[in-house]
Design a protein around this ligand. Sequence first.
Ligand code: NDP
Length: 307
Amino acid sequence: MHKVIIIGSGCAGLTAAIYTARADLKPVVLDGYEPGGQLALTTEVENFPGFPEGILGPELIERTRKQAQRFGAEFRSGAVTAVDLKVRPFRITAGKETYEAQSLIVAAGASARMLGIETERLLLGHGVSTCATCDGAFFRNREIVVVGGGDTAMEEATFLTKFASKVTLLHRRNEFRASKIMLERARENKKIVIKTPYVIQEVENVAKQSVESIKVLNLDTKKLETIPTEGVFVAIGHDPNTQVFKGQLEMDSAGYLITHDGPKTNVPGVFAAGDVQDHHFRQAITAAGSGCMAAISAERYLSANGH
Ligand code: NDP
């Protein structure tokens, strides 16, 4: 029986672990499919307060994890495959283990959708990015590509023109899912060139561990083209990791957990933090902040209920 179990070990989960460990709640953190969350997949982080020279994403995660361990947080590997939030204590299954907990902090994050090509995966963090706010500043006066046709792609392409000399926006259809206003803003921006209908087939150059160009297929002409570029921003949406909570925790139509009064979910004693409940800000610092809120709320819930 545990006082608090934290699902997810990204920025939100680890911050919740530091706070609950310091409150002597002996948290157990279940690592999940992507230990360290999205920060573990990025390189330089320049906008996390307290690191004037910047810090590597994996290093920031490792340091935060050690900070939580220093106060007694325990980590278990394995992704959660089932939860029962109708019983008290809550039951959580991860791998072969079943845990019981009086309170639960869900910080399972969201995963950026990827195109699914091998070279994209190999160059992630080396010119391929899923976060313009995080990585845009590395592309000052460079030519870059943004992939996607929704609001995220429009927003990121427009944002990236602050840094890049040219942004090529590639979309697989001639019609856009993006709202009219955001599409128009991108169309009117002189630094943005929109190309449709195109799909990326290769990101080059894996041997040099940096992006030099992409091979794209024009779906109308069926011809292959090469576009020189130093960065590829994949902006085709995110999927919150909330499958196991379906039918138990309230979520919106895209699967993000709905919270109220800060981190509270519809089940008393279950709190949510980070990208699993936020598709708007998606920053390390906002995830950390909401992890802190979830931890303090869990602590208050436990003491109010005599645990
Ligand atoms: P969306 O699901 O709206 O759009 C995803 C886009 O990526 C689509 O154009 C889709 O193409 C394309 N895509 C998906 N998979 C692939 C693939 N494998 N290869 C190539 N292209 C692919 O996601 P968004 O993140 O853009 O938006 C999510 C929600 O957040 C929306 O409701 C949006 O309005 C909102 N949002 C609002 C903002 C704002 O108001 N400031 C900013 C950002 C997001 P296709 O159309 O062909 O399926």
